[in-house]
Design a protein. Structure first.
Length: 208
């Protein structure tokens, strides 16, 4: 596992704990034969998607990658806060960066779908089919909410929902809290899988 994490590090900003957890989540999905594709919304250079591909040894799942490839959209001051507005336009990477990461992973091109554009334009019309793992890294309120509204209903029972910025950006947390209300999926503790010394990790939920 560690050698594969080292392979994808140039293509991701996610820390060691998050990467170890992601690796294990894909293994659990495969071991339990949870049906569906692997989906990431907010790809940057493709490191997490590449790691999912490396962890999925059978190479039979479709991987869907959603990103503007133009950086973060403009944040909403009221929903996301001043710092988010200042960060708008950052985290820019190209679709070629993501393709390079997937090439490093050796994942079949025929099983990779790139959805380039703003989430509001690409997510509602995407045809992903059932989803086994839904990884959201859209940072802002609107980006997170639209992904939950259109993609979470497609998550298979036993599938994982990973929210990268729930504990980091207030808009992301607000979108998740509003979407689920009092009916949150079960949260799991991923610390059992890593000993990296990296305390920050995405929030992970499982759909029962």
């Amino acid at each position: 596992m560690n050698k594969y994490i080292d392979l994808v590090r140039p293509y991701t900003m996610v820390g060691g704990s998050g990467l170890v957890a992601l690796w294990n989540q894909v293994k659990i999905l495969d071991d339990n034969e949870i049906p569906g594709s692997l989906v990431e919304c907010g790809v940057w250079k493709g490191g997490c998607a590449a790691l999912m591909g490396l962890s999925h040894e059978k190479k039979t799942r479709t991987i869907h990658l959603f990103d503007s490839f133009e950086g973060l959209p403009l944040a909403d001051l009221e929903k996301d806060g001043e710092q988010a507005v200042r960060e708008s336009g950052t985290c820019r990477a190209t679709i070629d960066d993501a393709k390079e990461a997937m090439k490093v992973a050796g994942y079949p091109d025929s099983l990779i779908c790139y959805h380039a554009g703003w989430f509001k334009d690409t997510v509602p019309i995407a045809e992903t089919g059932p989803i086994a793992l839904l990884r959201l890294d859209g940072d802002w309120y609107d980006s997170t909410l639209i992904c939950l509204q259109h993609l979470y209903p497609l998550l298979s029972v036993g599938g994982f929902l990973v929210i990268d910025d729930y504990d980091h950006w207030p808009g992301c947390r607000r979108a998740v809290d509003e979407y689920f209300g009092s009916d949150f999926p079960r949260m799991i503790n991923c610390s059992q899988w890593h000993h990296t010394g990296d305390n920050y990790q995405p929030k992970t939920f499982v759909k029962d």
